[in-house]
Design a protein around this ligand. Structure first.
Ligand code: MG
Length: 386
């Protein structure tokens, strides 16, 4: 089958959101607000299209013209590895303009296009491994909202609700600046203790801590988590320091998971494994430059008998989980007592990751990535396009 890429375009449109970001960028529940979202479209010469949600800023006109269109236009859309590597090599001379995120959105749209042309879900193209995956409930960061996530008791109450909804595991994000008093390892440990107390000994629990603790703060908190029988400990320090993570992992029995935000894709992650800096690998379709490099990271971890846990939700991450056996959970969130994660935004007909009564998310049977966009709504609400 032939595929020649005719165009790459971005649509920015009005939609609704029910979250706000604090001064440090953390997401909290908010009132219904008008917001903007974007979709990138890769169009084949025969009219077939592939889509990915994207950041309009990452794929701004300069980036599309200068890099993406130069690489993709006229090329065979099925040659994803070739196209990914050409974009990757253009990054070096781009002065930071062509980001991993940008390449990741294009890569996901190419996978979506291939799946739609072949009428197969992407997770099956990648090597299907399962039809559903259990979800862990991933909380928003702590806040100072009454009845929200203000106190350890709030976390405990919310954890009980999450278990009642079917989640088989829970991950906490605790208090981070600008919340007064944060960050504080003792506050984090108190929230973790309240959740363990609330759900009992058998529910796997995880902590994604403040990311800028010192070594001794991170060690102290890790020892507290061990006492509480937590399942993993995530990103308590700056990830650029691999030796700090080796120092931490050597002293703890609780698995240290990482890296999540460190640049360098598969190369960095190979260094983490060979350095003994982590016990569980972290990977994500949006963090590591798309599905094409993410699947390499998953297979790298597998070769070291290591789990690779997928960071974040969405169709690309779900596709990865459908194609692997060495990762346990889908990260569903971020969740909060005052936020309805299941509410469908108007630019979609349905969400890609509904939770069933047993706490599983099913892999979509739709061709491509499985996103169910409402293009009538999108096209009626365009604010910019290029
Ligand atoms: Mg994280």
């Amino acid at each position: 089958m032939e595929a020649r890429i005719e165009s790459v375009t971005v649509r920015v449109f009005k939609t609704l959101s029910w979250t706000v970001n604090d001064s440090d960028g953390h997401t909290h529940p908010g009132p219904e607000l008008a917001s903007e979202a974007a979709i990138v479209t890769v169009r084949d010469h025969d009219g077939a299209e592939g889509y990915s949600s994207c950041s309009a800023e990452a794929l701004r006109p300069y980036v599309l013209d200068r890099y993406v269109r130069k690489v993709l236009t006229g090329e065979d859309a099925f040659l994803r590895e070739r196209l990914w590597n050409r974009l990757y090599r253009m990054q070096r001379g781009s002065g930071g303009q062509l980001s991993d995120r940008a390449i990741g959105y294009i890569d996901q749209a190419l996978w979506d296009l291939a799946g739609r042309k072949l009428n197969v879900p992407v997770w099956k193209m990648l090597g299907g491994a399962r039809t559903k995956v259990p979800a862990y409930g991933s909380t928003m960061c702590g806040d100072d909202i009454e009845g929200g996530l203000k106190t350890p008791e709030d976390y405990g109450r919310f954890a009980e609700q999450l278990i009642a909804m079917g989640y088989s595991a829970i991950k906490l994000h605790t208090w981070m600046p600008p919340v007064p008093g944060a960050p504080d390892p003792d506050m984090d440990a108190a929230a973790c203790a309240a959740v363990r107390e609330a759900v009992g000994p058998d529910v796997p629990l995880m902590l994604d801590a403040n990311h800028w603790y010192t070594r001794f703060q991170a060690l102290k908190l890790g020892r507290a988590l061990q006492e509480l029988d937590y399942y993993w400990y995530e990103e308590p320090m700056e990830e650029a320091s691999i030796s700090s993570y080796r120092w931490l992992a050597e002293q703890l029995e609780i698995p240290v998971i990482g890296p999540e935000s460190a640049p360098g894709r598969v190369h960095t992650r190979a260094e983490w494994i060979s350095s003994g800096a982590c016990d569980i690998m972290r990977v994500g379709a949006n963090d590591t430059g798309g599905i094409t490099p993410a699947i390499k990271i998953i297979h790298l971890a597998d070769a070291y008998n290591m789990e690779a846990e997928v960071h974040g939700g969405g169709s690309g991450n779900l596709a990865l989980l459908g194609a692997m056996e060495n990762g346990r959970w889908y990260e569903r969130g971020l969740l909060h007592p005052h936020f309805d994660y299941d509410r469908v935004p108007p630019h979609r007909n349905s969400i890609v990751d509904p939770l069933d009564a047993e706490g599983y998310v099913s892999l979509p049977e739709r061709a491509g990535l499985g996103d169910d966009f409402n293009f009538d709504y999108v096209d009626a609400n365009i604010v910019a396009g290029w």
